[in-house]
Design a protein around this ligand. Structure first.
Ligand SMILES: [Zn+2]
Length: 301
């Protein structure tokens, strides 16, 4: 997908890409066109939308939602043509990069808070935000935005997506409902199997570079989460790093989970001193990554 996938499709040639809708009486209804902020949301839209939806991601696979990709700098602010929905994670996750793209749209419905702006966090079960609220400059500005790392939230968001799509495109409502039900059935069975497979995680301590797996730990009953960052988006101080290393040694933590794409220098320092193994896990909770993630976790605690 390299070259094609990296293209900023919405600049200039969006019309060419999406210009096939005819509006001719009797012509087949054109698929609903969706812009989704992250690859995890792209996958959920594809699962529920099937052939009735065309979806394009803003972030590409493996890109960190907290890092501003050069592809998304101000020069990239093009118009999304004939787009029916903007599907985004919410909780401030995309404010730095999707925010300016949405604000630049001439169609006010596509802007944040507009009629075509769809916030996935409204359908998820969220953990309580930190007591006292986040500190200034944290990159989890309201509460932890990585809720798709609880697999049950994938079902909730998919269900709400199906309802939203059915409302926008009632002609294909039966298809959206059927695809959601198929996904729900499969995922519920997987969740039961995964919980059995991973039950040894309950009561353990999990260590990550960033709090991107908090929902996963909560689902698994992990007793404590420690992060290399002193707060989300705040680099570790030497004191914080030392405390983390000592805690990992005393509690015999064997794995250090990193966001994919994170710098590896500090991780190497930690793994050298603690003999823990560093493992990279994508922060966005993509549906297609669950099997791999469960496999990693099953070998780990
Ligand atoms: Zn985060």
């Amino acid at each position: 997908m390299a070259k094609q996938g990296r293209r900023l499709w919405f600049i200039g040639f969006a019309g060419a890409l999406f210009g096939l809708s005819s509006g001719i009486p009797g012509a087949q209804a054109a698929p609903i066109r969706v812009v989704a902020s992250t690859q995890s949301l792209v996958e959920l839209v594809q699962i529920v939308g099937g052939p009735d939806v065309v979806v394009q991601g803003v972030l590409q696979r493996g890109e960190n939602p907290h890092a501003l990709s050069p592809r998304l700098l101000p020069g990239a602010r093009g118009q999304w043509k004939e787009v029916s929905w903007v599907v985004r994670n919410g909780l401030g996750l995309e404010d730095a990069w999707l925010g300016p793209l949405q604000a630049a749209q001439t169609d006010p419905a596509l802007r944040k808070g507009g009629e075509k702006d769809w916030d996935a966090s409204r359908s998820a079960n969220l953990l309580a935000p930190p007591v006292g609220g986040p500190r200034l400059g944290e990159n989890h500005p309201t509460s932890n935005p990585h809720f798709l790392l609880d697999p049950r939230n994938g079902i909730r968001v998919a269900e709400a997506l199906g309802k939203a799509l059915s409302k926008a495109d009632p002609e294909h409502a039966a298809g959206y409902e059927a695809r959601f039900q198929e996904f729900r059935k499969k995922r519920e069975a997987q969740i039961q199997a995964w919980q059995k497979q991973l039950k040894s995680w309950a009561g353990k301590v999990a260590v990550t570079d960033h709090a991107h797996l908090t929902y996963l730990w909560s689902w698994l009953g992990v007793s404590a989460e420690a992060t290399l960052e002193s707060a989300p988006g705040h680099p570790a101080t030497p004191e914080h790093l030392e405390k983390l290393v000592q805690e990992m040694k005393s509690r015999q933590v064997k794995v250090f989970f990193m966001q994919s794409g994170s710098p590896e220098g500090l991780a190497r320092a930690i793994t050298r001193r603690t003999r823990a193994k560093a493992l990279s896990v994508d922060p966005s909770g993509q549906e297609s990554q669950w099997d791999r993630l469960i496999e990693i976790l099953a070998k780990s605690p």
